[in-house]
Write a protein of this length. Structure first.
Length: 256
C-alpha cells in the first residue's frame, strides 16, 4: 500500500513518501497522510527538524496520474478541484512547518515532485539526480505554485528553460544555481541530512522562533498561495483540453 510514513528520533522527524512501485507518486491517501503528519509535527514541541525523503531509488514522480486522469474529465467540478487541491495542500503544509525542513533527493523528481522538493527549506541531492518540470511534456499547465517556487529556487532563466522549454536540470546544475545546499554520493545523503539538522533538533523552541522570523523576513513577493491561484485556472483549462483518456498513453509518470 502506498503510504507516507512518519518516524521521530532525537527531535528529528523523517517524512518518507513510500510508493516506490510508482516512483513515489502521491496518491490521494498519501496526500491526506502527509498533511496529517505535518499537523502532528507542528503540534509536537519536541520536534526541531524534518527530513523529507522518498522510498527506494526515486524521490517523487508527482501526483498519481490516475487521480489526474479522473480530474481531467471535468477539471472545474468541485470534486476535481478538491482532488488536485489535496495534493497541493502537501506542499503548503511542508513549506509552512514551524521547524527547518530538509529534502533528500535521489534519482529524480518530476512535476509535483519538484514542488515537494521546493517546499523544503534546504535541499540535498546527488550530482546525477534529474529535476524535470514535466508539465509541458504532459501537455498541461503547471500547478501547485510550480512556476513561483521554481523562480525562487533556481532563478528566472533556469525556471523559464524548465517550464517553457521542458529542459531538465541535473543535481549538479541545481547546486551551481544555489538551490541545493550540497551534492553528495547517494549513500552519504541520509547521514549528511541528520548531521545538518542535529543542532536544530537540540533546541526546538529556539529554532521554531528563528523559522518564524525567516518566513516573515524572507517571504516571497508572490506567496505560494498566490502562485497557486494564478496557476489554478490555466491548469484546469489545460486538463479539460487534454481529457481523461489521454492520461492512459505512455509518457513520464509526472504529475500535477
Amino acid at each position: 500500500m502506498a503510504t507516507v510514513d512518519l518516524s521521530v528520533s532525537a527531535g528529528i522527524a523523517t517524512l518518507t513518501f513510500n510508493n516506490p512501485d510508482r516512483k513515489n507518486a502521491i496518491t490521494q491517501e498519501m496526500a491526506g497522510q502527509a498533511v496529517g503528519h505535518c499537523a502532528a509535527v507542528a503540534e509536537d514541541p519536541s520536534i526541531g527538524a524534518v527530513i523529507v525523503r522518498g522510498a527506494g531509488d526515486y524521490f517523487c514522480s508527482g501526483a498519481d496520474t490516475r487521480s489526474l486522469a479522473a480530474a481531467s474529465r471535468n477539471p472545474a467540478a468541485p470534486e476535481a478541484v478538491a482532488t488536485i487541491s489535496k495534493v497541493y495542500d502537501v506542499f503548503g503544509r511542508i513549506e509552512s512547518l514551524p521547524v527547518p525542513t530538509v529534502a533528500v533527493v535521489i534519482g529524480g523528481v518530476v512535476g509535483a515532485g519538484v514542488n515537494l522538493a521546493m517546499a523544503a527549506d534546504v535541499l540535498l541531492t546527488t550530482e546525477d539526480a534529474v529535476f524535470d518540470s514535466g508539465f509541458l511534456a504532459r501537455r498541461i499547465h503547471p500547478g501547485g505554485g510550480h512556476i513561483g517556487l521554481l523562480g525562487r529556487s533556481v532563478g528566472r532563466p533556469a525556471a523559464a528553460a524548465m517550464v517553457l522549454l521542458g529542459q531538465p536540470l541535473t543535481g549538479r546544475r541545481v547546486h551551481e544555481l544555489g538551490w541545493a545546499h550540497e551534492c553528495a554520493p547517494r549513500d552519504d545523503l541520509d547521514r549528511i541530512a541528520r548531521e545538518l539538522v542535529a543542532t536544530a533538533a537540540q533546541d526546538p523552541a529556539l529554532v521554531r522562533r528563528i523559522k518564524a522570523s525567516l518566513q516573515l523576513e524572507l517571504g516571497a513577493t508572490v506567496s505560494w498561495a498566490q502562485s497557486l491561484e494564478i496557476e489554478r485556472g490555466a491548469q484546469m483549462w489545460s486538463m479539460a483540453r487534454k481529457g481523461e483518456e489521454a492520461w492512459s498513453g505512455r509518457g513520464p509518470t509526472a504529475a500535477s
